[in-house]
Design a protein around this ligand. Structure first.
Ligand SMILES: Nc1ncnc2c1ncn2[C@@H]1O[C@H](COP(=O)(O)OP(=O)(O)O)[C@@H](O)[C@H]1O
Ligand SMILES: [Mg+2]
Length: 385
């Protein structure tokens, strides 16, 4: 193949206009690509940057067709998309990565678990629970975790149940129950695999969660684990994406047990919150890497050049309306602090409004700076709840 590309290098169709899309559009422009975003919200975070947005639902067949027909390759930044139309468009010859059939497996958490088990990927034990019932949960045994099959994110489709009394907190939805894992740490590995099967992992990171609402609180990169554990996590993540025959960037979430065992928790078929630090800390960031992967270009260097931490900026409880960023100048005064504001027009309690990456030569210093950042910066709103 001759190494000649037109401008634009490719027209990317992006389903979903949130922050992941926004950062992908920026990377796309850097690579000489253009983007069309499909999102129901006019002026979405990604749409603002792309300059071209189709305003419509992610699962509207006519909109998806319009998107596919105006682009060279279609991808997505979220999982909850109707796959029927995508499968049809793919059968007609439109390029869609990751492939819709894989999206259909991953977006249904029960099918995803079955896939992992059948592929011999270590994951916690589980049973189907299409309609929650007390006896079924008790028969499986506590402590357990109930998960909704579809639509959950940021812990919203997950309930941890320590004992039989907690049955009353269950979600009244189709789902499954799995063994509660006493995790020493939660790790994540971002993996890229391109259309030619070339596959690379980023160094393992460590996710620390809010005890209360399961939202990622704090990310430490690289993970503070032995080299042996980190390499084993990366190998497991690569094995998982290869078993899925995945194309694009994938986030593989794992539990590390006290015995040193690694269990895959879940797979995201997209760029991921635990890869945001790659923008400042790695040679090639996860967003550019995803584009390289789906366009069949050589994958970029995944090496991490500096230790980093990352904190999400969530809408402060008690506020809504237009965002008001308190403490921005204070955190920008800290060396190594990089602020990302997502351009969302309204804030809500707990909504992801931005993130901050901190780079420092020493991981301990990066962690203490991240704590300072968390204390100082707040996303308030112009109206009180
Ligand atoms: N089997 C489990 N054992 C212990 N904790 C779990 C288990 N499954 C999920 N969790 C906790 O809940 C969080 C969210 O669950 P996850 O399946 O990753 O859903 P989400 O799609 O919301 O990220 C996990 O990061 C972890 O902290
Ligand atoms: Mg998760």
């Amino acid at each position: 193949m001759e190494d000649l590309f037109p401008y634009p290098v490719a027209r990317i169709g992006l389903i979903g206009g949130g922050q992941l899309g926004r950062m992908m559009v920026k990377a796309a422009k850097r690579l000489g690509c253009t983007c069309v975003v499909l999102d129901p919200l006019q002026g979405s975070p990604a749409g603002q940057v792309a300059g071209h947005q189709i305003v419509g639902d992610y699962s509207d067949p006519a909109m998806l067709r319009e998107l596919a027909e105006s682009c060279d390759v279609v991808t997505f930044e979220l999982e909850d998309i109707e796959t029927e139309t995508l499968l049809r468009l793919e059968a007609e010859g439109h390029k869609i990565h990751p492939r819709p059939e894989l999206l259909a497996i991953i977006q249904d958490k029960y099918r995803q678990k079955c896939f992992l088990r059948d592929a011999g990927i270590p994951t916690s034990e589980f049973v189907d629970m299409p309609a929650p019932e007390r006896d079924g949960f008790a028969a499986f045994g506590y402590p357990l975790v109930q998960k909704a099959r579809r639509g959950g994110y940021d812990g919203r489709g997950v309930v941890v149940m320590p004992n039989a009394q907690s049955y009353d907190t269950h979600l009244p939805v189709a789902g499954y129950v799995e063994r509660f894992v006493e995790a020493e740490k939660e790790l994540a590995v971002m993996v890229a695999r391109n259309v030619h099967g070339e596959c690379r992992a980023y160094p393992t990171v460590e996710m620390r969660f809010h005890a209360r609402d399961n939202v990622l609180d704090f990310l430490v990169a690289p993970a503070q684990v032995s080299d042996e554990v980190a390499r084993r996590a990366e190998a497991l993540a690569v094995r998982t994406v290869e078993a899925m025959d995945g194309v694009g960037v994938f986030g593989i979430e794992m539990f590390l047990t006290a015995e040193g065992e690694l269990l895959v928790n879940e797979v995201a078929p997209r760029t991921h919150n635990s890869g945001h630090h790659t923008i400042e800390a790695c040679v090639t960031d996860q967003f550019e890497q995803h584009l390289r992967a789906i366009l069949g270009l050589p994958l970029g260097d995944t090496r991490q050049l500096t230790p980093a931490t990352m904190v999400n900026l969530l809408g402060e409880p008690g506020y809504q309306g237009r965002p008001v960023i308190a403490g921005l100048a204070a955190v920008l005064a800290i060396p190594g602090v990089c602020v990302h504001i997502y351009g969302k027009a309204v804030t809500k309690p707990g909504r992801k409004m931005g993130h901050v990456t901190v780079v420092d030569d020493a991981i301990d210093a990066a962690c203490s700076k991240a704590k300072q950042v968390k204390e100082r910066i707040r996303i308030l709103g112009d109206s009180k709840l």
